[in-house]
Design a protein around this ligand. Structure first.
Ligand code: THU
Length: 134
């Protein structure tokens, strides 16, 4: 594992502690690496009207985009579980929007439990190209 991957995992683990998950009790942390080497953390934020909930992955992505980043190479996702959990479909779609080739690193307290290319997790995405935009 590279130094930057260690930092990503540490960020994902630490930001999961800030997750606001009073309904599911399922805390998730994500750390996104931009192509210029910056790391953006995000956690899930739940809402009493459940549909308003934002996942950790999209939370990280939105912060990065708001900070002017548009290209990303890796995302680490941490959950305090035995088995790792992949990003949900909505998160996969938004990741595809900005980083169709991103590496997705899944981690638990036991360490890295999976590495995927986004294309493996979302092999047939709907994307900008379907609207003639890429
Ligand atoms: N969750 C994430 O943060 N990321 C995912 O990709 C899957 C689900 C959150 C949303 C909700 O707060 C909790 O996990 C249970 O679904």
């Amino acid at each position: 594992m590279t130094d930057i991957e260690e930092k990503l995992l540490e960020t994902a683990r630490s930001v999961s502690g800030n997750a606001y998950a009073p309904y599911s009790q399922f805390k998730v942390g994500a750390a996104l690496l931009s192509d210029d080497g910056r790391i953006y953390g995000g956690c899930n934020v739940e809402c009493a009207s459940y549909g308003g909930t934002i996942c950790a992955e999209r939370s990280a992505l939105l912060q990065a985009v708001a900070d002017g980043r548009r290209k990303f190479t890796k995302i680490a996702i941490f959950t305090e579980t035995e088995c790792s959990t992949p990003p949900c479909g909505l998160c996969l779609q938004l990741l595809h929007e900005f980083a169709p080739d991103i590496e997705v690193i899944l981690a638990t307290p036991q360490g890295v439990s999976g590495r995927f290319n986004l294309k493996e997790l979302l092999p047939y995405p709907f994307g900008p190209e379907d609207l003639g935009k890429r």
